[in-house]
Design a protein around this ligand. Sequence first.
Ligand code: ATP
Ligand code: SF4
Ligand code: MG
Length: 345
Amino acid sequence: MSPAPLLSVKDLRVGFATEGGLLQAVDGVSFELRPGEVLAIVGESGSGKSVTAQTIMGLTRSKNSRIEGSVRLSDQELIEAGDAELRRVRGDRIGMVFQDPMTSFNPVYRLSAQISEAIRTHRGDVSKGEARARAVELFDAVGIPDAERRVDDYPHEFSGGMRQRAMIAMALALDPLVLIADEPTTALDVTIQAQILRLLEDLNRKHDLATILITHDLGVVAEVADRVLVMYAGKVVEEGTLDEIFYDPQHPYTWGLLGSLTRLDRPRPKRLPQISGAPPSLLDLPDGCSFRPRCPHEFGRCTEVPALEARLADAPSHCDRCWLTSEQKREKRQVAGQIGLEAPA
Ligand SMILES: Nc1ncnc2c1ncn2[C@@H]1O[C@H](COP(=O)(O)OP(=O)(O)OP(=O)(O)O)[C@@H](O)[C@H]1O
Ligand code: SF4
Ligand SMILES: [Mg+2]
């Protein structure tokens, strides 16, 4: 039997009051995450990936935001938690890695000082010497060579890839249960991307972490994810295991994402059609399926909102939000008689 979920997000809704009206950035997102699991959240720019992650960390609370639903970490409800309680959870139980480590490190302090400070803020009984030793240990664990010396460098003395490793070390400083990595490799070249992903996967296994990996690139997902959530305009439009999403994708938007796939480790597969047009404005969504204006397969029923549900008898945890029948989906997604992707090895 699989272990109980560590993180359980139910019907999460995040809206922002803007001059143009209420912008519903996240609109009913639910998922569960277990220790040792990597969940990927994918989707184009503006689909609500970062707002979902930031809300889990309590970082979207503000006067103009409206947050509804539930985020449970073990038995603790985070949506209702006080600010002080959330600060304790951040870093201590949930670590976060961002796209650009320069925004997380202060350029004027040595890395050792910043990591020690993060540790000592949460663990008052740890001495400066112990905290520095822990920073060296963490640098070693994330593969920074010559850790004992490099830990006293300033952030700008590190290359992009090494800085990203230092950021991961910082996120792991307090032995969190959950690691959220938001576009952790976009700023890096392809070889370094692969190394960072391998590192995240390694750490995930070694520490039995529950990891959320956010990216707009399904190629990145193929490297490490166990399950995938595909987001479009604030909603999940498809959810399934890595193999289900790659080899039996059900939603036309997922086909489009797969069509623009770049994989790091394999030759480019036959391409599915790419998506034309741009994501809709969240302040002016079409009626029915949000993907309708860009969907080449739209038909009468699409003016009703499709529910996210399991539509395949043999795959109860593979869900999508598209009215086409599974036979129609199988037919329409094919390129020259094939889905255009290689079969699993
Ligand atoms: N504080 C805020 N106030 C108003 N709107 C916001 C705020 N934060 C985010 N948004 C809007 O919410 C939507 C979702 O943003 P989000 O950052 O989650 O997108 P994303 O999927 O992470 O995209 P990207 O791939 O570009 O990082 C966007 O339309 C964004 O402009
Ligand atoms: S519900 Fe209709 S518009 Fe939406 S993805 Fe399916 S076919 Fe396209
Ligand atoms: Mg983002």
